[in-house]
Write a protein that binds this ligand. Structure first.
Ligand SMILES: Nc1ncnc2c1ncn2[C@@H]1O[C@H](COP(=O)(O)OP(=O)(O)OP(=O)(O)O)[C@@H](O)[C@H]1O
Ligand SMILES: [Mg+2]
Length: 372
């Protein structure tokens, strides 16, 4: 079971400076920061999918961008196969980037409309000087396209993005990520912009690729049911911090952190029919600029205790082997009462049902869309 650690993140922070004038609460000359990622630690092992879940703005994408070094950290460490890559520069950074790839949310935006599929997928090969001849590159591109299930590759090579369906475009983005045979992939909400009926194809493709190539993923989603389906472990983020990490089933069935429980009781469900049943988490999400003192969840937490939760940043406690909770009362948060547990179970089941519907409604048109 003791798989090799591929990525180890330690005390990672990313603060974005906010300029005066953009926000009325900031006076001239005053320096304020968005605490997008604020001291998080976790690791991802060989062949593992680790999902980050949490509300919009909690820092998931920023974490992904830091791990692929599309963003420079403010401080902290990112060990890749044991080597700290957090502040690499120049040639070494380029070498690192060859080994890690990011798949973005929106394939309409991430693909250059003026480049053919071949040019898109071959670009990383050119940047990294891989393949000496056009034939060699064409061969590598074809293999990547076929791995992304765009077969036969020849049918796709000379197409432009507008000649492809949404699912096919995301597959091209995946092929582009695969062509360098990466050792680690960040997939940032890779299906949320796609039509429901084509989501299952992409999710299952990512799982197949993990099986086939043993590539570990950081999988980013706001949907706990999708995280559960995709991942070995789940990390729950709240306002830039990781509040709970454990194996996926453990997070779903034995959540300790009050925020995880709240999130589970409000599993995002896209169908308006279910909307009535959705429970909102108490209170508003605080600004990541003026984060609450102490535990940042305390203003919304039903168990918060004055003098502790509003004063001190909670430690991370290992409540059971491999199950970490950032809470002052991690070990003695009141057990859920029956009503709460039933409500959570009901929501989890609803999420599961909806996911099943999504997975069963696959009708991805793999035919070539004719140019308009
Ligand atoms: N380049 C930037 N400059 C300033 N602030 C930023 C920048 N990028 C992100 N932020 C801020 O950092 C915080 C975290 O953003 P991030 O995009 O990582 O969240 P997220 O969890 O991915 O949200 P979503 O679910 O909406 O995609 C937000 O408050 C966001 O506005
Ligand atoms: Mg995001």
């Amino acid at each position: 079971m003791a798989e090799k650690t591929v990525i180890k993140v330690k005390n990672l922070k990313k603060y974005f400076p906010v300029r005066a004038g953009l926000l009325s609460s900031i006076a001239k000359g005053e320096e304020k920061f968005v605490h997008a990622v604020d001291n998080i630690s976790f690791d991802i092992k060989q062949g593992e999918v680790y999902s980050l879940v949490g509300e919009s703005g909690c820092g998931k994408t920023t974490t992904g961008r830091l791990l692929t070094r599309l963003e420079d950290p403010t401080s902290g460490h990112i060990y890749f196969h044991g080597k700290d890559i957090a502040f690499l520069k120049g040639k070494e950074l380029k070498e690192f980037r060859r080994n890690v790839q990011m798949i973005f949310q929106d394939p309409y935006e991430s693909l250059n409309p003026r480049l053919t599929v071949f040019a898109t997928v071959a670009e990383p090969l050119i940047v990294h000087h891989i393949g000496d001849t056009i034939d060699e590159r064409e061969d590598l591109v074809a293999k990547a396209l076929e791995a992304a299930e765009l077969k036969p590759a020849l049918e796709y090579l000379h197409r432009f993005p507008h000649e492809l369906s949404g699912g096919q475009r995301q597959r091209v983005a995946i092929a582009r990520a695969l062509v360098l045979r990466p050792e680690f992939i960040v997939a940032d909400e890779p299906v949320s912009m796609l039509d429901v009926s084509i989501r299952s194809g992409i999710l299952n493709l990512l799982l197949d690729l993990k099986e086939k190539f043993g590539i570990p993923y950081l999988f980013i989603t706001h949907d706990l049911s999708v995280a559960r389906y995709m991942s070995d472990r789940i990390g729950v983020m709240y306002l830039g911090t990781l509040v709970e990490t454990a194996e996926a089933e453990e997070v779903i069935h034995n959540p300790h952190h009050p925020y995880t429980r709240a999130l589970l009781s409000s599993v995002p469900v896209p169908d308006p029919y279910y909307k009535r049943k959705r429970k909102k988490i108490k209170g508003d999400l605080p600004s990541p600029i003026d984060v609450p003192k102490g535990c940042r969840f305390h203003p919304r937490c039903p168990f918060a205790k004055k003098g502790i939760c509003d004063k001190k940043d909670p430690p991370v406690v290992e409540v059971e082997p491999g199950h970490f909770v950032k809470c002052h009362f991690a070990k003695d948060i009141p057990a859920m009462d029956e009503a709460m547990e039933a409500e959570m179970e009901e929501n989890v089941e609803l999420g599961e049902e909806l996911l099943q519907e999504t997975m069963n409604s696959s009708d991805e048109e793999m035919e070539i869309v004719e140019p308009q």
